[in-house]
Design a protein around this ligand. Sequence first.
Ligand code: SAM
Length: 278
Amino acid sequence: MRYYQAEHEAAYRRIRQAGHTQWNDLFEASGGFEQFPNRPFLERILPELELPAAAEVLEYGCGTGPAACFLAARGFRVHAIDLIPDAIMIARRLAAERGLEVDFEVQDVCALAAESSARRYDLVLDSFCLQSIVLDEDRRAVFAAVRDRLKPTGYYVISTATHDPDRGYDPGTYDVATGINYQELPEGDATVDGATMINGRWHQPHRRHLTAPALRAELISAGFRVLRQEGQQGGDLICVPAGPFPEPAEACPELVEGGKPESPSGSEADQPRIRGAD
Ligand SMILES: C[S@@+](CC[C@H](N)C(=O)[O-])C[C@H]1O[C@@H](n2cnc3c(N)ncnc32)[C@H](O)[C@@H]1O
């Protein structure tokens, strides 16, 4: 079984049983379906992106669809996928109640790269899914699928959890070097992929909390330009596809330090920009 499956299935069972409308309700009173965690970031950046009217959007890890519905209500054509059927079932109901059309689909984002699709998007959105995609090969697969599906003028907008020293990581289950947080398997089920023995007990990969510079470097080496990285721990990002020859992260140490946005050069000069990004 994939390491991200059981946890999310169980979470949406709880969400369904409790009558919640979104993932965040599991942790705090979210204030309703319309109030989702990355809404303020989206509200701030959308006018700057100047997306075409009726822009094509892909959201992966959409959950019950609060961001997908927010975008559909603004006239975008939204294709929203999530791994968990219960999440998509709730999402379809909530969208229908609001008279919104969203193309919701049950799909594993890690499997997208292996599938060909003719659909190309003006915006690919990740609203707190990426931290659950832990293993390097899975993250590479997600980034490859995003690059493949983005229009050359498209944006990849991410809100994700990153390393937060105040979280109080357990040094036994958090690997500082990789940012991987492991979780003990309840029944010691070593058939979960990526299962690893820690202190005599089976654990599975649970979260990837990279530092802000490491996340930025990862995105650059996956073929993106990071136009903006903000938020308290650098977890809100706007990226675009890099040119045909993406620079390796180590070639741009100032980016890894998380300091300056890169300046246009060579074939990248005609890449889309957001106002003020440079
Ligand atoms: C923290 S929740 C956020 C949900 C939603 N975006 C929101 O803001 O309410 C992470 C979401 O990613 C989904 N997810 C995790 N791994 C996934 C995968 N491999 N493919 C598709 N969705 C996945 C989970 O089912 C869950 O809905």
